[in-house]
Design a protein around this ligand. Structure first.
Ligand SMILES: Nc1ncnc2c1ncn2[C@@H]1O[C@H](COP(=O)(O)OP(=O)(O)OP(=O)(O)O)[C@@H](O)[C@H]1O
Ligand SMILES: [Mg+2]
Length: 328
């Protein structure tokens, strides 16, 4: 179920500009992970390295046995079949209507007949709420629709790994909520490994199982949601609580004296919200028990954590809640 991605000692530069020095992390199979970081820290470049569109200066990216930067072109082609990628700009072919755009990977990578292709394309279009827009050209639809068409195209090959670069940028809050729910439901159904790049702190706090932060030429932290959201690390705390005070500045790189002054008193992280659940009333296999990581590591959750909209406390009421969901 899903495929793990193990990154070791990754360095990437363009000319004299070093993007990151030494990134290592393991993206667990079948779980939802999210990667955040100020603009320009190399999130999109990271995704492109994972699928072999860009090569790192050094380091390894192990996906299902192969080391991506060292694969031959023919192996890379096979590897990419395992990935569904939604690029930041949607990357739709401007001269093709949505139907043909979404059918493209099936025609390129499989020998399926047109009848089966049609069934798959219409199913994915319905899944992302684009039914009826088959004949529209990318230039005729809104930014949010382009994102959703890109997502439908990323899904047609039933990928083991889904990479999405800011799927929620330019979407209104209601659409963002629907999209996040769609990711949860897809992960429940497909069991695929998800890596989502987002700028939306609200999304980052409720959607993923794991969170990472890129900042200052490196990965500051990557780990379970509860670890990151309870962290008092200055940059992590600032970023995931959307605070102005901290090492991350408007100019991205604040002056070091300023950073030292600001990182002295640590502010309490905001309450950790309950995680988003599948809409069918069931449980998501990859979801860990609320509070488990905190308990194992003897970390006290920030006050008010794990209370949902109905006032239930997921730490104390989890067994009853889970039993109720499983029974449905
Ligand atoms: N092909 C390329 N050639 C040269 N420089 C590049 C290339 N691709 C990206 N860069 C540079 O690498 C840096 C990181 O870019 P990237 O697009 O990964 O940022 P990002 O974290 O995704 O930002 P945003 O949040 O704005 O999307 C930028 O300074 C960018 O100009
Ligand atoms: Mg980007």
């Amino acid at each position: 179920m899903g495929v793990e991605i193990r990154v070791e000692g990754l360095r990437k530069s363009f000319g004299r500009q070093v993007i990151w020095e030494d990134v290592s992390l393991t993206i667990p199979a079948g779980e939802i992970s999210a990667l955040l970081g100020p603009s320009g820290t190399g999130k999109s470049v990271f995704l492109k390295n994972l699928v072999g569109l860009l090569r790192p200066d050094r380091g390894h990216i192990y996906v299902g046995g192969g080391d991506v930067p060292r694969l031959r072109e023919s192996d890379l082609y096979a590897l990419r079949r395992q990935f569904g990628v939604l690029f930041q700009d949607g990357a739709l072919f401007g001269s093709m209507n949505l139907y043909d755009n979404i059918a493209f990977p099936l025609r390129e990578h499989t020998k399926k007949g047109e009848a089966e292709i049609r069934r798959i394309v219409l199913e994915k279009m319905e899944m992302v709420g684009l039914s009826g827009s088959e004949r529209k050209l990318p230039g005729e639809i809104s930014g949010g629709m382009k994102k959703r068409a890109g997502l439908a195209r990323a899904l047609v090959l039933d990928p083991e790994i889904i990479l999405a670069d800011e799927p929620d940028s330019g979407l209104d809050p209601v659409r963002t909520a629907y999209l996040n729910q769609l990711f949860v439901d897809l992960n429940t159904r497909l069991g695929a490994t998800f890596l989502i790049v987002t700028h939306d702190i609200g999304t980052a706090r409720v959607l993923p199982d794991n969170l990472g932060l890129l900042f200052r030429r490196g990965l500051v932290m990557f780990g379970p949601r509860e670890m990151v959201l309870s962290s008092t690390h200055p940059a992590v705390n600032q970023f995931f609580n959307a605070r102005r005070q901290g090492p991350i500045g408007m100019a991205e790189e604040k002056d070091l004296a300023e950073v030292a002054a600001e990182s002295a008193p640590q502010s309490m992280p905001a309450p950790i919200p309950p995680q988003l659940m599948p809409s069918d009333g069931g449980l998501r296999p990859a979801m860990r028990r609320p509070g488990e990581w905190l308990r194992e590591h003897r970390v006290t959750p920030p006050p008010g954590s794990f209370i949902d909209d109905e006032g239930r406390n997921w730490l104390t009421d989890w067994d009853a809640l889970a039993a109720q969901r499983q029974r449905r």
